[in-house]
Design a protein around this ligand. Structure first.
Ligand code: SF4
Length: 215
């Protein structure tokens, strides 16, 4: 089945049914999570459909302590199998000394996020992400499946939004990200995140809106 046919078929399905179908249509699934403010939605859906699936967490070394605590909390609660993916130490040290998030945030994201995932994604057939069209202009035109360079991306939440995610998290008694109650609607690295609605608190005063993982 080509991507156009897959998109037609999956568009009509609920996020949970999309995940069920994914395991019929694809082999090795790469599931990354940022353990951000809406992540519990997709983590819980996968937990229902495929409880043993490995979750890859990109540990840039610049996460808020609250994100690490939240990750540990959800891991314990849902009995998740989480693997941390880290950047090369010397390159990460360079970004720390150079404060690259200020001078060249694209390079910083490339070193600390994109390169580490590039190394493992060759082992997979499809890469799952919780992107929603409602989040940024770039994401508005995404479909359930997209071909990105050499891997198929799968966005089961593409037609959902933050409100739906928060309602799902509340209905299922899942914990909220601790920074949500402090006004952070979206949480990334502490160098590049302030409180704000939607993604307005990410890379403030910079033209950047995406880390590069999904571009
Ligand atoms: S979000 Fe900021 S600190 Fe994190 S990798 Fe990107 S530029 Fe660096």
């Amino acid at each position: 089945m080509n991507l156009e046919e897959l998109n037609k078929k999956y568009l009509l399905l609920s996020p949970e049914d999309r995940i069920h179908e994914l395991y019929k249509d694809f082999g090795k699934v790469l599931f990354t999570s940022s353990f951000g403010t809406t992540s519990a939605f997709l983590l819980h859906l996968f937990h229902k459909v495929k409880p043993n699936e490995t979750i890859y967490f990109l540990d840039t070394t610049y996460h808020f302590n609250e994100t690490i605590e939240y990750k540990e909390n959800l891991t314990q609660l849902l009995n998740l199998k989480v693997i941390d993916v880290k950047p090369e130490v010397w390159k990460n040290n360079f970004t720390n000394q150079d404060r690259t998030w200020n001078s060249d945030p694209d390079l910083c994201c490339s070193i600390n996020k994109v390169e580490p995932i590039e190394k493992i994604k060759v082992n997979f057939d499809v890469w799952v992400s919780g992107l929603m069209t409602s989040q940024t202009t770039h994401r508005q035109n995404l479909k359930v499946f997209e071909l990105k360079e050499d891997i198929v991306k799968f966005y089961p939440l593409i037609d959902q939004n933050e409100k739906i995610a928060k309602e799902y998290i509340a209905q299922h008694n899942l914990p909220q990200h601790p920074l949500l109650s402090q006004g952070y609607s979206s949480v990334g690295c502490f160098h590049c995140t302030v409180a704000g609605k939607g993604r307005s608190g990410r890379w403030v005063n910079k033209s950047k809106t995406e880390c590069g993982l999904h571009l």
